[in-house]
Design a protein around this ligand. Structure first.
Ligand code: ATP
Length: 236
């Protein structure tokens, strides 16, 4: 579904990604782990058209997209869910969700149907439908961010650090829900995480990004057993 081949991305003279190659198959959950500054956000920004690679190609469903601007990438079906606190704090939960569908031309009936399907996944959001986004707990804001992403009807969902700032018990629930969404909707998910433990728990395959380069890759099982990953990312 997505093939990234040999991309280099720069900020002016600073090279943030070097020869990055990744692949995501249909229905797969793939994770990218790496420390602060490894280049995870830059990779996401490059995939959604907010940064353009100086070299390399990005092919999505057979179409080259590396030169497309972000609004066109969304229309191709790649939807980016930033870390949960980026929801619109002064808008209600339902308005936040409807914002997710802005790039689609859908009827009110379809909008209502899609809202209900998000509320089925996250009943807590239904209970808080009229509440302002900013008044939600951290976990609920993360649900809202994911729900808003689903309202865009993605073909590939990219999640940026969904565990950030959440208590371990909430993280566990959140990741189970993410897995269910992928299974039920047959939706491939690319997950970027500093929390290697949860990322490896949910994904089929994983890439380790270090200093802008893919340092390791394999099935999550292989990486869980790798001495390097154990030492650097799983606390020994
Ligand atoms: P974090 O988990 O802290 O967000 P990250 O893995 O997402 O880290 P990036 O934010 O992609 O890492 O940063 C990769 C490299 O690019 C870092 O060396 C960073 O300093 C540099 N960088 C990121 N954004 C910019 C920018 N706007 N201008 C210049 N350099 C940048």
């Amino acid at each position: 579904m997505l093939q990234v081949q040999g991309i280099d991305t720069y900020y002016g003279p600073i090279q943030a990604l070097e020869n990055v190659c990744i692949e995501i198959g249909d229905r797969e959950i793939v994770s990218i782990i790496g420390a602060n500054g490894a280049g995870k956000s830059t990779l996401m920004k490059t995939l959604i058209g907010l940064c353009h690679p100086a070299k390399g190609t990005i092919t999505f469903n057979g179409k080259r997209i590396e030169t497309l601007p972000a609004n066109k990438v969304v229309r191709e079906g790649i939807v980016y869910v930033p870390e949960g606190r980026k929801i619109l704090a002064n808008m209600s939960v339902s308005d936040n969700l409807e914002m997710g569908a802005y790039s689609r031309k859908i009827t009110r009936t379809q909008m209502q149907k899609d809202l209900e399907s998000v509320y089925e996944i996250f009943p807590r959001l239904k209970e808080r439908e009229k509440q302002l986004g900013g008044t939600l707990s951290g976990g609920e804001q993360q649900m809202l961010a994911i729900g808003r992403g689903l309202m865009a009807d993605p073909k590939l969902l990219m999640l940026d650090e969904p565990s950030m700032g959440l208590a371990p018990i909430i993280v566990e629930e959140m990741f189970q829900t993410i897995k269910n969404i992928s299974d039920d909707r047959k939706l491939p998910i690319l997950l970027v995480e500093q929390n290697a433990f949860v990322a490896l728990g949910i994904s089929e395959r994983c890439y380790v990004l270090e200093n802008g380069k893919i340092a390791l890759s394999g099935t999550s099982q292989e990486l869980r057993e790798s001495p390097e990953v154990k030492k650097s990312y799983l606390g020994g």
